[in-house]
Design a binder for this molecule. Sequence first.
Ligand SMILES: CC(C)(COP(=O)(O)OP(=O)(O)OC[C@H]1O[C@@H](n2cnc3c(N)ncnc32)[C@H](O)[C@@H]1OP(=O)(O)O)[C@@H](O)C(=O)NCCC(=O)NCCS
Length: 240
Amino acid sequence: MPAALKALRRALAASPLGGLVGSLVAIRRIWDRRLWQNTVARSAVLNGTSLGGECYVCSDAVLSGDIAIGAYSLIGVGNHLIGGRITVGRFCQFGPHVGIYATNHNLGIATIYTGPAIAAGALRKEMTSEPVEIGHDVWIGHGAIVLPGVNVGTGAVIGAGSVVTKDVPPYVIVAGNPARELKARFEPSRVEALLESRWWERSGAELSERLDWLRTPLTRISSAKTVTPQTEIVPVREKR
Ligand SMILES: CC(C)(COP(=O)(O)OP(=O)(O)OC[C@H]1O[C@@H](n2cnc3c(N)ncnc32)[C@H](O)[C@@H]1OP(=O)(O)O)[C@@H](O)C(=O)NCCC(=O)NCCS
């Protein structure tokens, strides 16, 4: 920035008008980040992102595109969610350095370059976009990458370091590059009951009163860590 402009900016900042403009900018920032409902680290960058309430966005996360994060979800340190359209459900937890991408460079034209040196970045318009949808209560391990067009079902787990190239069904654990199904978390009838319960539609406060229900031990499939098999899953019913 030229010295004269810097001096003008300093003079403006010192004046009462500068104070007012500064306050308005600060209010705008708070408004953009809806900080009264969500917690967003100062170093996080949010463009075109809506946060559903009581979300956490950790330091150095970059969320840019047409991004909707459901209530109570936690976006980890250094996550990159770059759209296109990316939808994340409620009560999701992403470990550090997760990448979710809804765009690809266009491989079918003469160049894949989209940078500013050519026509001020006009080739960015050539990028292709496929929406990514992440269900509710999804846990994504450290450094995993979800590629464009992938849907991850509710209750799914993505192992650390995975590259997810295909849809992941609800309550399935996947890992590896490319990610492959390790196992279903529960037998199909349990999965059905959990999906039917739609517990994630409740508020955190309501669910806090149902800790016992949330802690219900269910039989894990193909796992040595099997726990009691006979617990009923009671749907979370709407309060009248
Ligand atoms: C995916 C995960 C949840 C699986 O846990 P699990 O169900 O207890 O699985 P197991 O440890 O029984 O492993 C089952 C098999 O999958 C393999 N596996 C487990 N995690 C893997 C991963 N991330 N990538 C590749 N393979 C993996 C194991 O080596 C094992 O293979 P084998 O059957 O050939 O021996 C866990 O390994 C993981 O990646 N957790 C993420 C931890 C993390 O990132 N924490 C920070 C964020 S909060």
